[in-house]
Design a protein around this ligand. Sequence first.
Ligand SMILES: [Zn+2]
Length: 336
Amino acid sequence: MVRESARRAARAERLLTADDAEGPPPRHVRPRFARGGVALLIAVGGALLLGSTAAVTALVSGGTPDVAAQAQLLSDAPPSVSALPVPVVKQMQVAADICGVPAVMRALEAHDDAGAITAAGGAESFRSAVAEGRARCVDLGDPTRVWTVVNKARPYSPVDYRPTGLVMPDGVRSIEGGALRSDAASALTAMVTAAREAGVGEIALESGFRSYSTQQGSYGRHVDQRGQDGADLVSARPGHSEHQSGLAGDVVACAGGCGTLDDLAATAQGAWIVDHAWEHGWIVRYVAGATGVTGYSPEPWHLRYIGPELSRAYHDGGWTSLEEFFGLEPAPAYVG
Ligand SMILES: [Zn+2]
């Protein structure tokens, strides 16, 4: 199995570095890492996953003129002389879909989101595979996953989805008694604790999980008062709020008493959240400059849990919306 995998990886590298244009690539030309860099990284990642040092070596040493040696890797039989220097390989789809990695599929089946990300080669590898359509087994519409994306164009399915495992976060003041999914709750506790230990002050949870029926009630009241267009400016339609996932929390800063959501941005806690929330698996979901993509004005208080692996990639990549992070269409408005 491993030898076959190594050969597949080497073959993939051959394809990735070959010129896509007609005719065989010129001899002894360095592979086009600039253009095929992402794909090459995936191939390397795949080789690493497979634990084959031979495959990795074959991949990273691709720039040297030992084409014959590489060609040897592609086939059990020695290549015929006429096939040298490089076998003419017609274009084939490289098996770079992360769903082809058995460990990814096992983790998904076990509902081990972090494990699936790790098995995919890490968060950036996972992200790019999703964004580039090389992760058909990853369903961004599955609200049970940390990578789920809910917005004005992507309601829950079922629309009245309700997460299991809702708990109150330990050691966090909860103003409206909001609960979170247990993984998000633990991460909020860690974040609030870190802020306190950094001397920033107290961060409290204003609201967490909201059920479909709760959202129906509040949205309905806004519609009664303002009409639908007016309501859409201030309240998510039922079935479209991140709060329904149990993975979103609105937070406020406290110093004795607690401030409002609008107060947060100007506080030390608000500044700390911008810099450090990602370290605990959270992102500020709606930021300035991304309204046309997210459909929401900036909400410095609205945090979304995506897990520490993805939040690091989100931070390191300088992303400002989950939609762009995963290569989704902008969702500036409700559909219909
Ligand atoms: Zn919110």
